[in-house]
Design a protein around this ligand. Structure first.
Ligand code: B12
Length: 206
């Protein structure tokens, strides 16, 4: 399946996801080993000009359809509610597959998630967090320009003297744990399952 994604074999992707899930494969492993790695491989091919924007669009539409349908169905059902509010969005870019996965995993694990979508600015995160009284701001940074915007968000919160009101969790393909620490985030996670773990730790939950 990873190869089918990287090779833009649209007809095969959905068929393979169905087969894997029906045969009892772990949906989290399908997401991490198949879908995410396949999309990263696709990104490498895009950089080398072996595939182009229309290919990325076609594959992401198919993958999103598979996640929203077959995979969501196979994931564990929502656990007991946790009274913690999380604002999540993608900083500047339109990439939303990773953010949607993190949002889904946090929701399944009981958090009250407010997904503010894609193409968000630092102010969008701040205003929405204020409006809903969030406990945490979770930011997805998938391409480079998002990194400086994330630093701006931290600055805005500091200048408005509200930095300590929120735990800030960051992640996404262009981020690293070291960068997150240096820029002043409270936590960083490598994938959706890890995001749940780190969010719980930061909010003092076990
Ligand atoms: C699909 C794709 C697109 C699709 C997106 C469709 C969609 N609905 O998302 C489309 C075609 C729109 C697109 C457009 C562009 N893209 Co693009 N795209 C990709 C691609 C191939 C896959 C992204 C993806 O979905 N990955 C799979 C998900 C599951 O992984 P993820 O996002 O990393 O998320 C996981 C973790 O990082 C983490 N995580 C993610 N968010 C968060 C948040 C928190 C809080 C936490 C804790 C964790 C976390 O958990 C997730 C689940 O495990 C990547 C390649 C790559 N390496 O990522 C390029 C890539 C990101 N794109 C790239 C580029 C350059 C672009 C364009 C600028 C191209 C152009 N010339 O127009 C535009 C930008 C458009 C815009 N303004 O946003 C570059 C970015 C380069 C850079 N270093 O900045 C990449 C890396 C490709 C490359 N190698 O060149 N793209």
């Amino acid at each position: 399946m990873r190869k089918a994604i990287a090779d833009v074999k649209i007809d095969e992707i959905e068929k393979l996801v169905k087969e894997l899930i029906n045969e009892g494969a772990d949906p989290v492993q399908v997401l991490e080993e198949g879908i995410t790695k396949g999309l990263y491989d696709l990104g490498d091919k895009f950089e080398k000009r072996k595939v182009f924007i229309p290919d990325l669009i076609k594959v992401s539409k198919t993958v999103t359809k598979c996640i929203d349908g077959i995979i969501k169905e196979a994931l564990p059902k929502e656990k007991a509610k946790i009274p913690k509010k999380i604002v999540i969005g993608t900083m500047t870019s339109q990439h939303n597959i990773g953010k949607n996965l993190v949002s889904l995993f946090l929701t399944i694990n009981g958090f009250e998630v407010h997904d503010i979508g894609e193409g968000c600015s630092p102010w969008d995160f701040y205003e929405n967090a204020q409006k809903i009284g969030a406990d945490m701001i979770a930011v997805s940074c998938v391409f480079m320009p998002a990194l400086t915007k994330f630093a701006e968000l931290i600055d805005i919160l500091k200048q408005l003297k509200v930095r300590d009101k929120y735990k800030i969790l960051v992640g996404g393909a262009v981020t690293t744990k070291q960068w997150a620490e240096e820029v002043g985030a409270d936590g960083w996670a490598k994938d959706a399952a890890d995001a749940v773990k780190v969010a719980k730790e930061l909010l003092g939950l076990k």
